[in-house]
Ligand binder design. Structure first.
Ligand SMILES: [Zn+2]
Length: 356
């Protein structure tokens, strides 16, 4: 069964992979208020226009004022007020069908920026059949706070984003958490014990670069970190250079990208800084805080605020051994890939920062 195979495959070497269990769907967020229409007179005024239909319910993030939401505290300990759900689908994107829909809430700034960037990619690349769709994974819970399988994603400022993928013939392939090797290739193993259902895939670099570049160019949101494996980072930088990207965007991409302990070879984790408004509401930034972010906040009469120092319990994450045990039998191609994968799960070469 593909679902089991994929989730387990992405967890096999994961220190922090998402087990996605134990939660119940939240009620849909309140719909925007609509004025009551009186029926007392025969000449009743026309009904107000219906609010736009947003897949999955909730307000359209592109219409909301940033003050609608406030990120409180830090990504690892915080919470979220006025969390807005990413629409379940829109032009060129979808929220992963493999996760509960309650796990797609973030700040207005983050959710709207994700939607705009995906829409931009969709509008600026050739149409195809099947269409190239960005798949977004966990963002956060409606009120932030703890979310199963993650240490962060608690303050509405983190989002997991799959790479755009394609088949070997270049046709788009569904966005899934498929680990990619240093050539940018991976396999949708499906049933891990059955080699006959394996589908080779590779990263769609032009679209993946265009997405991150659009996010970095969006001045309503400041990207603090993009956690991604070193070899995909290098490929995206090369793609940006080849596409003659704005040097400022390339430099910013270089600044904010790093590989964490769990190598992030099957998705990117994107984190945004607190806005000045959110800082006034109790938003805390953790390291690194870049000079350009301090300068921007200063120009807005604000400064970053660190979270209070305290010891926090380590979240319970799936170990490699647990994931392997859960995975059951695997064919030789899967074990060979996992053995190769050890090579890039290590800290990057000297000179490159290994992010926490
Ligand atoms: Zn994440």
């Amino acid at each position: 069964m593909p679902w089991r195979g994929i989730v387990v495959a992405s967890c096999l070497l994961a220190i922090g992979c998402d087990r996605d269990h134990g939660s119940t769907p939240a009620p849909p967020p309140d719909a925007p208020a609509v004025a009551a229409v009186t029926t007392a007179t025969p000449a009743a005024p026309p009904s107000p226009p219906a609010p736009p239909e947003v897949p999955g319910g909730g307000p359209d993030p592109l219409t909301l004022d940033p003050s609608y939401s406030t990120s409180k505290g830090s990504p690892n300990e915080g919470s979220l007020e006025g969390g807005v759900p990413l629409p379940l689908s829109g032009p060129g994107y979808r929220f992963t069908p493999r996760k509960k829909p309650e796990r797609r809430h973030g700040t207005v700034e983050l959710v709207a920026a994700l939607v705009r960037a995906a829409t931009h990619v969709d509008a600026h690349h050739p149409k195809s059949d099947p269409p190239a769709i960005l798949t977004l994974g966990d963002i956060g819970m409606p009120q932030g706070g703890e979310i199963a399988g993650h240490g962060s994603h608690r303050a509405g400022r983190d989002a997991d984003v799959m790479f755009y993928l394609q088949r070997e013939d270049g046709t788009p392939f569904e966005g899934k958490a498929i680990p990619l090797d240093p050539e940018g290739r991976g396999t949708d193993y499906g049933d891990l014990a059955d080699p006959s259902d394996d589908i080779p895939v590779r990263i769609d670099l032009p679209r993946t670069w265009a997405f991150v570049a659009a996010l970095l160019a969006d001045d309503t949101v400041q990207i603090q970190q993009i956690y991604v494996v070193e070899h995909v980072r290098a490929m995206l930088l090369a793609q940006g250079e080849q596409a003659k990207a704005d040097p400022a965007i390339l430099a910013r991409f270089g600044d904010v990208t790093c590989q964490p302990r769990f190598p992030h070879d099957d998705h990117m984790h994107i984190r945004v800084f607190c806005t000045a408004e959110d800082i006034a509401g109790g938003c805390n930034d953790v390291a690194p805080i870049f000079p350009w972010q301090r300068a921007l906040l200063k120009s807005q009469g604000a400064a970053p605020v660190a979270p209070p120092k305290r010891k926090t319990a380590k979240p319970k994450l799936t170990s490699v051994e647990e994931a392997r045990e859960k995975a059951g039998p695997m064919d030789a191609a899967v074990t060979e890939f996992l053995d190769r994968r050890r090579a890039w799960a290590k800290p990057p070469h000297p000179g490159r920062r290994w992010c926490k």
